[in-house]
Design a protein around this ligand. Structure first.
Ligand code: MG
Length: 453
């Protein structure tokens, strides 16, 4: 069975279209039906205008199904993931559409280990939903709804994982661009506690994301860069709508995408550790492989998607994982993306090395990337991938963890079928921009040729 509602990160849709109170109540009841009677759920939500109605709708499903509910408030997704483990409950629900525009919302369902539920469990929930195999308890079994504020416990756990005294001694300055989202509730306070002077922009919660949108794209972070230079901050950080990702800017106002920052974390966190495994999706830059060689580590590749990274980290007992979108996974905290944890670790790297962020970035190898897409009917995708694998030049190594990745001496081409649209996405990397563009065209030609066969 193909999943109909769950995507890469939970269920997401447009308010008034997919996401309505009726849909949420039915889906909440289906989730409750997969739980043991008398179980407990932790619930949190982001700051979107639609989050209160979704939270109330799904809460009523759980309470009416005999499930106890603990509300942790308007918080980042990783705080709910922390709360699931901290309170030892059965499931977590985060009401959010992450970086999507304000008209979107949805839910992420979190398992008892703090990681989003796997595809088997998602399919089970959808099956119950479709067959309407839900039932409500009688009044005597209705459970209570309580609220708890775990912001301090969450921040304290992060503080316990970095060298607070060392960071304090450096008297750093940082700019936080919270994007009018829930990251503003945590990151500025966290940084203040490690002695960092904080300048927050877009810090107030506003579900319309008026500041710079909910996606921390480098082109939207011009104000963050300008303020970093104006106040002479050591670094800047921007979160997405649910603050599980962190995009960093250096002291010169330059914003670096995730593939650079995850390589920095890999280098400066894992070089001090015995376990040097770094888990990352096949779409990540070769920089992480170069760093692994430099520090005597190993890269473990996964399909694209944070659930795959988290689950692989557990399987491989890996300490660290990262995604090019600015997601950093740190097992001593929880092996899930966490923007606040990433920010604290960045401050620690700056304090430990005593170097500027721009010079640390400059020490990394440079590659150039290019992205494009090409139309392909959904029913042709499997055949096309087989054709490409069987017909590429012999000198090329192929990896089929997710789509087809053709690996060359100096870069790669990744041809991935979209899970939602009739397209292939083509990602490439090379030592020059021209070569990266040439590779994208080559990838498109490969798909076109296969389509005609
Ligand atoms: Mg997110």
């Amino acid at each position: 069975m193909k999943r109909k509602y769950f995507g890469t990160n939970g269920i997401r849709g447009i308010i008034g279209e997919l996401i309505t109170p009726d849909f949420i109540i039915r889906m909440g009841s289906a989730i409750a039906a997969t739980m043991k009677k008398g179980g407990t759920v932790v619930i949190g939500s982001d700051a979107r205008l639609s989050s209160p109605f979704i939270k109330q709708a799904i809460s009523s499903s759980f309470l009416a199904s005999g499930i106890e509910l603990i509300d942790v408030g308007t918080v980042p997704t990783p705080l709910v993931q922390f709360a699931v483990k901290y309170l030892k409950v059965d499931i977590g629900i985060m009401v959010t559409a992450s970086h999507n525009p304000p008209q979107f919302n949805g839910i992420k369902v979190i398992d008892n280990d703090g990681i989003e539920i796997d595809i088997t469990k998602q399919k089970k929930i959808e099956e119950i939903y479709e067959k309407e195999q839900t039932s409500y308890t009688n009044w005597e079994e209705n459970k209570v709804l309580t609220s708890i504020d775990l912001r301090e416990e969450y921040i304290n756990q992060i503080l316990g994982l970095v060298d607070v005294e060392l960071i304090k001694s450096r008297k750093l300055k940082a700019v936080v661009d919270a994007g009018n989202a829930v990251g503003g509730i945590i990151t500025p306070n966290l940084l203040k506690k490690i002695g960092i002077k904080v300048f927050t922009i877009n810090g107030h919660l506003d579900g319309t994301f008026p500041g710079r949108g909910s996606e921390p794209e480098p082109k939207m972070l011009i104000h963050m860069s300008e303020i970093t230079k104006a106040v002479q901050a050591n670094f800047a950080v921007a979160h997405d709508g649910d603050a599980d990702r962190a995009i960093f800017g250096d002291e010169l106002g330059e914003v670096h995408y995730g593939d650079k920052s995850i390589a920095l974390f890999e280098k400066w966190i894992l070089s001090y550790q015995k376990n040097k495994k770094f888990v990352t999706p096949v779409s990540s830059s070769r920089v992480v492989e170069d760093i692994a060689k430099e520090i005597g580590g190993e890269v473990v590749w996964t399909p694209v998607g944070c659930i795959y990274v988290s689950r692989k980290m557990i399987q491989e007992s890996a300490l660290l994982g990262g995604e090019e979108n600015g997601g950093l996974f740190y097992t001593p905290h929880i092996p899930v993306r966490d923007g606040a944890m990433a920010t604290a670790l960045m401050a620690e790297i700056l304090a430990k090395t005593g170097k500027s962020l721009s010079s640390l970035i400059q020490e990394l190898p440079t590659y150039y990337q290019q992205k494009d897409k090409i139309y392909c009917p959904n029913n042709q995708k499997e055949r096309i991938m087989h054709y490409i694998v069987e017909n590429v030049e012999k000198a090329v190594e192929t990896v089929t963890i997710d789509g087809v990745k053709l690996i060359y001496e100096d870069g790669w081409i990744l041809i991935r079928p979209s899970g939602t649209e009739p397209i292939f996405r083509i990602f490439t990397e090379a030592l020059t921009q021209e070569k990266a563009i040439e590779r994208v065209n080559k990838g498109k030609k490969l798909v076109e040729k296969a389509l005609k066969k």
